[in-house]
Design a protein around this ligand. Structure first.
Ligand SMILES: [Zn+2]
Ligand SMILES: [Zn+2]
Length: 84
């Protein structure tokens, strides 16, 4: 079953389980639309895989199969330490 992660792994913003602005790769690395379509340009920075929109889990299904509550730590990327 798909792990619905509660936050963007790039900018750490909250992503609701029913959000249509959630993107993920095949390993379930999860990003918001701004990051996925912006600086990540549709490619997962962890595995190099394709980012696609995360399917919405209907509210009725969420009652039975809730989204994950544990936040995924944001990975510090080398980009931030590089001199500009
Ligand atoms: Zn983000
Ligand atoms: Zn990935």
């Amino acid at each position: 079953m798909l792990a619905l992660r509660p936050n963007c792994e790039c900018c750490d913003r909250d992503i609701a389980p029913d959000s249509r602005d959630a993107f993920m790769c095949s390993f379930e690395c999860t990003y918001c639309r701004d990051c996925a379509e912006g600086e990540l340009a549709g490619t997962c920075p962890n595995c190099g895989g394709e980012l696609v929109r995360r399917p919405v889990r209907p509210a009725a299904a969420l009652l039975k199969f809730p989204s994950r509550t544990e936040r995924t730590p944001v990975k510090r990327r080398s980009v931030e330490t590089k001199p500009s």
